[in-house]
Design a protein around this ligand. Structure first.
Ligand SMILES: [Zn+2]
Length: 272
């Protein structure tokens, strides 16, 4: 599932490829996409130029002079320059370029939203703290931690923190040396600060390598990312910890796989 670094990589790719191009043709192959984006709205985009490609959490926002397409790729959605067999939508641009929404499992969503209403658009409005913005401060991050929720589950909660999914939540906790099942409110100030700093550092490194391709994710030019080569714990249950050599443990939290090193990420901080 694409997380912040993958969606940001796609955003940058689309910005370079398509901003300024006019939408010439809309071809809907999966009528389910029209549930939140009625055909007249979609057809109304023809002739309009793509002005801006933005991102909020894992949402992509394609802004066509006043009307925005808000896309969430969910499990297996991809935005590709050509068709590859699971086409749900094709946007044709006046310069001959195409933008294909390809999605084998069909969970990706498409919403048409008036640009001036984006702020109040519910799926975006309820998103939490956004890394790389001015509101991502240690103080705001610490406020999020005032809950009994397990820290890893909190990191995955998009209403608290936007953009992290299972891969980067596992990796961020390893980097910060925090056990994934710790209660969020049990973190010391030092631990909170380590995690607060680890998250954008990790995301930035992943963006620099165009994200993590484990199964479906591809960039806007159809390439794979390469951060999967640098994952320290995710998907490595039983392998030696790259820091201390102890076997990486695997468990499950809220139905999602959790990977951690119990030496580097002790369960009880400061307890005797
Ligand atoms: Zn270790």
């Amino acid at each position: 599932m694409p997380e912040l670094p993958e969606v940001e990589t796609i955003r940058r790719g689309l910005e370079g490829l398509l901003v300024g191009a006019r939408l010439a043709a809309v071809e809907v192959r999966d009528p389910r996409l029209l549930r939140d984006c009625p055909l007249p709205d979609l057809e109304g985009l023809r002739g309009k130029a793509l002005e801006r490609v933005a991102r909020r959490g894992k949402f992509l926002i394609l802004d066509f002079s006043g009307l925005a397409l808000v896309i969430h790729l969910r499990m297996t959605g991809r935005l590709l320059p050509q068709e590859e067999g699971h086409t749900r939508l094709v946007l044709g641009f006046s310069d001959g370029k195409r933008l294909v929404l390809d999605d084998p499992r069909r969970f990706a969503t498409l919403h048409c939203v008036r640009a001036e209403r984006l702020e109040e658009f519910e799926p975006l409005r309820r998103l939490g703290l956004e890394p790389f913005t001015a509101s991502y401060t240690l103080g705001n991050f610490q406020k999020l931690l005032q809950t009994k929720q397990e820290i890893k589950r909190l990191l995955l909660d998009q209403r608290k923190l936007a953009g992290l999914g299972n891969i980067y939540a596992n990796e961020a906790l390893f980097r910060a040396g925090i056990h994934p099942q710790r209660r969020a409110d049990s973190l010391s100030l030092e631990e909170a600060q380590r995690l607060f700093e680890a998250i954008p550092q990790l995301l930035e490194e992943a963006i620099a390598l165009q994200g993590t391709t484990i199964s479906d994710y591809r960039t806007a030019t159809g390439d794979s990312g390469s951060f999967q080569l640098f994952l320290k714990v995710y998907g490595r249950g039983g392998e030696p910890c790259p820091r201390c050599g102890a076997p990486i443990e695997q468990t499950s939290q809220g139905g999602r796989s959790t990977y951690f090193c119990s030496e580097c990420q002790p369960e009880h901080h400061g307890s005797v």
